[in-house]
Design a protein around this ligand. Structure first.
Ligand SMILES: [Mg+2]
Ligand SMILES: [Zn+2]
Length: 184
């Protein structure tokens, strides 16, 4: 099975320093959903792993998160893209849960739900903690320079073997060029 793991805010949709906390505030980055469609067409399952501590902090509730994700699914559908699953951590930063990135808990759950070894799986994010969670779970960390990505590149020490691309569209070019066509 071919699978790719995406962060949400700053990768698929515009990020906000004040949290994306309503469906109205969820806005796709141009080209991101089309990039997902290209992966779907190449046989990839596309799975999102996103920290959503705004829930734990009381900034928005589960109904609102669901509404954001419905909007994302609909926008994806409109360009022929499909997001196969969304894993989220709803906990506040100080909760010490196992799922909040940089911990690899969500990645481990993805591995077990899809019964897949994450070795060689590309995990694309814009923050250091996305890359750290990917590396800790054995996936290949990929930084995109949308969202917080430029800041991450300029100010953080990236995990060894992190790949860097301008945007999800360019990261997907690399993923598709570096995946054997015959692999299932
Ligand atoms: Mg992000
Ligand atoms: Zn959590």
């Amino acid at each position: 099975m071919k699978l790719v793991i995406l962060d949400r805010d700053g990768v698929i949709n515009y990020d906000s320093d004040h949290f994306v906390k309503s469906a109205a505030e969820w806005k796709a980055i141009p080209g991101s959903l089309e990039a997902i469609a290209r992966m779907n067409q190449a046989g990839f399952k596309v799975v999102v792993a996103t920290n959503q501590s705004g829930i734990g902090r009381g900034l928005f509730d589960m109904d609102t998160l669901n509404a954001m994700h419905e909007k994302m699914h609909r926008a994806a559908q409109a360009v022929g893209a499909r997001i196969d699953a969304i894993f989220y951590c709803p906990h506040a930063a100080d909760s010490n849960c196992e799922c909040r990135k940089p911990k690899p808990g969500m990645f481990r759950r993805i591995a077990s739900c899809f019964n897949i070894d994450l070795h060689g799986v590309f995990a694309i994010g814009d923050s250091l903690r996305d890359l750290q969670a990917a590396a800790a779970a054995g996936a290949t960390p990929v930084l995109v320079l949308t969202g917080k990505g430029q800041d991450t590149r300029d100010n953080e020490t990236l995990p060894e073997s992190t790949l860097v691309f301008d945007s999800l569209a360019h990261a997907v070019d690399h993923v598709l060029a570096n995946t054997p066509r015959t692999s299932k």
